[in-house]
Ligand binder design. Structure first.
Ligand code: NAD
Length: 337
């Protein structure tokens, strides 16, 4: 299979490309990435150097001519769209780039793929499109979309556009909605790598509100396997939920991390809550289990240890991503609190 993967220099895209090229010797991948602050070409530098089945193209998913060129002449069997602005806090400070990339960019990809008659399109979405839950219940694929942040609203916008492309044009769009990912290569503005770095520096660990917001955590490889199954077996026009069976409060995540690192809980500092902060997400992934054979394989404690081992073994990667844009982001983040 010849794949166009977008956003492959980000966290999940990097893991997906590595897994797919590793497990499918007959697949080739073109990775289209704009290299925003969250994209790191060096994540896949070894593949660029040694793997003829991998090609990197720097560019924007909003660029119609470029995308049409990349899809020309049956050069691509399927598209997997990971490219996005992905950080909720940034969407609160400035929603505009979220609409540009997450809505307009996705629509541009759908349109180009439709015109080029691409046979399959997997659009990567998120559990956040469903909004928030009380203490009970889980999101299913028929839960109404009720996004609460500019980020999740932009993701929901693209999901609805994918649905409309299927209903209107018979475009072979599939949507994956997954819970919180963690694992290697995650940019350290997100909870787990942020807390890891802060704890290692013996600085206060900022936890939003009362720390009781609940997220379902999934190891990134399990999500990537879900995307692979969707690509291979999903029904056109369907959305599939994916989860890790690991509901944890943010406070518990931070405490578990501190205990693995042998650091004191006195480092935890509660900070003002995020506006519109969803209280709880939980995923019912029984449709993906029944139709695709999906099941998460790693429990949270094992996955977290594996992730920390990776950070400890990849100090150079961490040092590199912490320079420049990351440093500026963290400085302004702390200043605002
Ligand atoms: P990320 O921020 O780590 O990576 C995003 C990548 O997209 C970066 O490499 C960036 O350079 C690229 N990009 C951004 N704008 C682009 C544009 N206009 N054109 C081309 N490339 C562009 O994000 P991630 O955490 O890897 O998430 C990937 C996808 O998965 C996103 O669509 C996100 O909404 C979704 N998702 C993430 C999670 C999670 O927990 N991280 C959970 C569910 C769904």
């Amino acid at each position: 299979m010849k794949l166009l993967v977008t956003g492959g220099c980000g966290f999940i895209g990097t893991n997906f490309i590595r897994l797919m090229l590793g497990s499918h010797p007959d697949w080739s991948i073109v990775n289209l990435d704009k290299l925003t602050y969250a994209g790191n070409r060096l994540n896949l530098a070894d593949l660029e150097r040694d793997e003829p089945r991998y090609r990197f193209v720097r560019g924007d998913i909003c660029d119609r001519d470029l995308v049409m060129d990349l899809l020309a002449g049956n050069s691509v069997d399927a598209v997997v769209n990971f490219a996005a602005e992905s950080h909720v806090d940034r969407s609160i400070s400035d929603p505009a780039p979220f609409v540009t990339t997450n809505v307009q960019g996705a629509q541009n990809l759908f349109e180009c793929a439709r015109q080029r008659r691409v046979g399959r399109f997997v659009h990567i979405s998120t559990d956040e499109v469903y909004g928030t839950l009380g203490p009970q219940g889980q999101f299913t694929e028929s839960t109404p979309l009720a996004p609460n942040s500019p980020y999740s609203a932009s993701k929901a916008g693209a999901d609805l556009m994918a649905r409309a492309y299927f209903e209107t044009y018979g475009f072979p769009a599939l949507i994956t909605r997954c819970s919180n990912n963690y694992g290697p290569y995650q940019f350290p503005e997100k909870l787990i790598p942020l807390m890891y770095l802060t704890a290692m520096a013996d600085k206060p660990l900022p936890v939003y509100g009362d720390g009781q917001n609940v997220r379902d955590w999934i190891y990134v490889d399990d999500h990537c396997r879900g995307v692979e199954l969707t690509l291979l077996k999903g029904r056109d026009g369907c959305a599939y939920n994916f989860g890790g069976n690991a509901e944890e409060t943010n406070l518990n995540v931070v405490k578990t991390l501190l205990s693995i690192l042998g650091k004191p809980e006195s480092l935890i500092t509660f900070v003002g809550d995020r506006p519109g902060h969803d209280r709880r997400y939980a995923m019912d992934y029984s449709l993906a289990a029944a139709e695709l054979g999906f099941a998460p394989t790693l429990d949270f404690a094992t996955g977290l240890r594996r992730t920390i081992d990776w950070y400890q073994a990849n100090g150079e990667w961490l040092a590199q991503v912490q320079s420049g844009e990351y440093r500026r982001f963290m400085d302004s983040w702390y200043e605002a609190r």
